[in-house]
Design a protein around this ligand. Structure first.
Ligand SMILES: [Fe+2]
Length: 294
């Protein structure tokens, strides 16, 4: 199989699958995933082929079907176990209570990578949300449009095993650890839906502000709790390295809607700039009111 004959697809960037470029040559197989940024697996063809196999499964998915089950390898299950072990302590110490309660209620299998279909069986009866497979790249309005109807587009591949503590792009561990609890919790679930409904009705310039607000809250948000900053953002909570960086080295700014709207972000690297709400409930209320006013 020549290089030209390989089907190439760019992957999404963490937490914002709509921001990357995609290159597709659907005429050929097998599929590899060509990583379009400075990714640790850029030279690892085996990993890219594995990503391609899982991307192809998402590609063939049709809305309304049960999410296809991925036959994860023992190595991939090992990455899942490692990450959970590494997150137990920082989550207990530094994650917001609402997130911790939802994570506990979700009660995911700690030994094997959970299947989105099984997670959907837990969250759908509670909030109506379901996770739906995605190849990686989705336009912003599509991503948010799905949120509006209670569908969270989720990757199913596992991050690169050689660098498991931080993934520059959103893998299934990010979706399961960072986002799934927020789809189970009714307050977070409603905020997800609110972002979706708002994004569907605003112009492009306003949509950019909505994307930034989403990033600096549901992806990387912090809020004060019991006198200290705690994390509730999915990108922070799903990475041991990001947890350490966010609550140790990053610049933490007070939550400020105008400042967030003016702040661009780079989702593929450790976050140097975060916004801290006075408390989680008032931050969610402020975001909701802002979205309603757009
Ligand atoms: Fe995300």
């Amino acid at each position: 199989m020549s290089e030209q004959g390989l089907r190439e697809a760019a992957v999404s960037v963490r937490g914002a699958p709509f921001l990357s470029d995609v290159f597709r040559h659907p005429e050929a197989a097998p599929t590899i995933v060509k990583l379009v940024f400075d990714h640790p697996a850029n030279e690892d063809r085996d990993y890219q082929i594995r990503r391609g196999m899982i991307t192809a499964i998402a590609d063939s998915y049709r809305d309304g079907e049960e999410v296809p089950r991925i036959d994860y390898t023992e190595a991939e299950h090992g990455v899942w176990r490692t990450i959970l072990q590494r997150l137990d302590e920082p989550h207990a110490r530094l994650a917001c209570r609402r997130y911790r309660d939802a994570w506990a209620a979700l009660a995911l299998d700690r030994e094997r990578v959970p299947q989105l279909a099984d997670v959907n069986a837990v969250i759908a009866p509670r909030t109506g949300f379901r996770m739906s497979p995605v190849t990686g790249f989705v336009a912003a309005r599509s991503f948010f449009g799905e949120l509006a109807r209670g569908v969270f587009l989720s990757t199913q591949y596992v991050r690169y095993a050689n660098t498991p503590l931080f993934s520059p792009d959103p893998d299934v561990l990010h979706e399961l650890i960072g986002h799934a609890p927020t789809l189970l919790d009714p307050v977070f679930a409603e905020l997800n839906r609110h972002f979706g409904r708002t994004a569907l009705r605003v112009d492009d310039a306003t949509l950019e502000k909505v994307i930034r607000m989403h990033w600096f809250t549901l992806e990387t948000g912090l809020a004060m709790e019991d006198g200290a900053p705690r994390a509730y953002g999915a990108a922070i909570l799903s990475s041991p390295e990001e947890m350490k960086h966010a609550l140790g080295r990053a610049t933490i700014r007070p939550f400020d809607i105008a400042a967030i709207c003016d702040t661009p972000f780079e989702p593929t690297v450790l976050q140097d700039q975060l916004f801290l709400g006075e408390d989680l409930d008032s931050t969610i209320a402020a975001v909701t009111a802002w979205l309603d006013g757009l």
